[in-house]
Ligand binder design. Structure first.
Ligand SMILES: [Fe+2]
Ligand SMILES: [Fe+2]
Length: 315
C-alpha cells in the first residue's frame, strides 16, 4: 500500500472521515485511527504536536481532500489550529478545487475556485508570514494546468500586494481571481494538445494562442463577478512590451496583466515539465540567471519587488 503525508492537526474532533490515519514507525505503517472510528476528545491523536506528519493511504487521498474542502471554514476559524496548518488546509482545498475544475472542464466549478480565492486573500492580505508559508507549499516537481494556475495565482497576488499596497481587499480579490483563472481558456482546447509532450506543430500552437480569447468568452457569461480587470488579465497575459506577444500584439499592456505575465514566466522556468530536457531552475537560479530578461521585459521595480516576495519575514 502506498501512503501520502498529511499534517495531522487539521483533522478535527468528531468529524466524519472517510480515510484511515497511520503513523510511521521506522518506515513501518501503524494504523492510528480507522476511518470508521470517531475522533473524540480523548483520542491520542490530539496529543501530537502541531507539526506532526501522519500518513493516509494514497487511494484515500480524494476523501482526504474532500474532507479538508468541506471543513475549510471551521479549520480557518479554529483558534487552536496553527497558522501553518491553516495555510496547509487552504492549499489542499484550493488545489483540489482547481484540479476538479481542470479535470471535469465544468465551468460552473469556477465559483468554487473564486470562493477559495476570497478566503486566500482574507488570510494573506495583511500577513506576510501567511504568504511565506503558502509559498513554501508550492510544488515545482510536477506540472499540470491546475498546479500552474494555482502557482501563478499565488506569485502574482503577492507581487501585486507589494507593488500596489494601496489596493482595497475587495479590489485585491477581484484581481487575484483573474490571476488564478488566467489560463481558464485552455479548457476549451483539445486535451491532446494541452498534455502533449514535446514541441507543438504550427497548427497546435495557433490553437493554443487562442486561449486568452477563449477564456474571456467562457467567463463573461458564466461568472457573475467577471470584471474589466479580470478581462484584461486573461486577455493580455501573453502580450509583450515589444509587440511580439499574442493575441493582439499589443504594446500598451494592462499593469495587472504584466504582473500575471511575470508570474507565468517564472512558474514556467521553475517547474518540472516531463517533456523538458533541461532541469527546471530553482527560485534562486531563476531570479539570478534571468535577471536581465526580467528587468528588460518588466522593469527593475517589478523585478526587485518580486525578489522581496521570497524574503522570509522575521515575525
Ligand atoms: Fe496563458
Ligand atoms: Fe499560464
Amino acid at each position: 500500500m502506498k501512503f501520502v503525508p498529511i499534517r495531522l492537526k487539521i483533522i478535527r474532533p468528531s468529524e466524519k472521515r472517510r480515510f484511515d490515519i497511520y503513523i510511521m514507525e521506522k518506515t513501518k505503517p501503524i494504523l492510528l485511527l480507522d476511518k470508521d472510528l470517531p475522533l473524540n476528545e480523548n483520542s491520542p491523536i490530539l496529543e501530537y504536536n502541531s507539526n506532526f506528519i501522519a500518513f493516509i493511504p494514497e487511494k484515500q487521498l480524494k476523501e482526504f481532500k474532500n474532507f479538508v474542502s468541506e471543513n475549510l471554514d471551521d479549520i480557518l476559524n479554529d483558534s487552536n489550529i496553527s497558522k501553518r496548518n491553516k495555510m496547509y488546509a487552504m492549499y489542499v482545498s484550493m488545489i483540489d478545487n482547481m484540479e476538479e475544475l481542470v479535470n471535469t472542464r465544468n465551468i460552473n466549478l469556477c465559483s468554487k475556485v473564486t470562493k477559495d480565492v476570497s478566503k486566500f486573500i482574507a488570510q494573506t492580505i495583511n500577513d506576510s508570514m501567511a504568504i511565506s508559508i503558502m509559498l513554501s507549499f508550492i510544488r515545482n516537481d510536477s506540472y499540470n494546468l491546475a498546479l500552474h494556475m494555482f502557482n501563478v495565482g499565488v506569485y502574482a497576488s503577492m507581487l501585486t500586494k507589494r507593488l500596489h499596497p494601496e489596493l482595497s481587499t475587495k479590489k485585491m480579490e477581484e484581481i487575484s481571481k483573474g490571476y488564478f483563472l488566467h489560463d481558464i481558456g485552455m479548457l476549451k482546447i483539445d486535451k491532446k494538445i494541452i498534455t502533449k509532450r514535446g514541441k507543438y506543430t504550427e497548427e497546435e500552437y495557433k490553437e493554443i494562442k487562442k486561449h486568452p480569447e477563449y477564456g474571456v468568452e467562457m467567463l463573461k457569461n458564466e461568472l457573475k463577478i467577471f470584471s474589466p480587470i479580470m478581462e484584461k488579465i486573461i486577455l493580455e497575459h501573453h502580450e509583450r512590451k515589444d509587440g511580439s506577444g499574442y493575441p493582439y500584439r499589443k504594446t500598451e499592456i494592462n499593469e495587472f496583466a504584466r504582473i500575471c505575465s511575470m508570474a507565468d514566466i517564472f512558474d514556467a522556468i521553475t517547474s518540472q515539465r516531463e517533456y523538458k530536457e533541461n532541469v527546471p531552475k530553482t527560485t534562486f537560479e531563476a531570479l539570478r540567471e534571468e535577471k536581465d530578461f526580467f528587468i528588460r521585459e518588466f522593469g527593475k521595480n517589478k523585478y526587485e519587488a518580486f525578489i522581496k516576495c521570497f524574503y522570509i519575514p522575521t515575525k
